[in-house]
Design a binder for this molecule. Structure first.
Ligand SMILES: [Zn+2]
Length: 95
């Protein structure tokens, strides 16, 4: 289980640009190699009830705030449902 992702598997943001330093934290305080600090802290998702659509809306809004065009933001957020967090949820239940 030593896969290192270059993008957060929850929001799709590049881990390299993670403001608080590469990745969220696991239960034992070690760095998460899968999720960024904005999505994941202390071994749990910061917003555990968030749906994939809500995540897409939030990421799109954040990208707009930093001046990225709506078109580019839509292209970027379209891949979010394929990220690990959302694939696992789909396997786990209600499709
Ligand atoms: Zn993230």
């Amino acid at each position: 289980m030593e896969i290192v992702y270059t993008d957060c598997q929850s929001c799709g943001t590049s881990m390299i640009r993670d403001e608080r330093g590469l990745g969220g934290t696991n239960t034992d305080g070690s760095k998460s190699l899968t999720y960024c600090s904005l999505c994941f802290a202390g071994g749990a998702f910061i917003l555990p009830d968030m749906t994939v659509v809500e995540m897409q809306d939030q990421v799109r809004a954040n990208m707009k705030k930093v001046g990225i065009s709506g078109f580019l933001a839509t292209v970027f957020t379209r891949r979010i449902p394929r990220l690990l967090r959302w694939c696992v949820e789909r396997v786990g239940g209600n499709v």
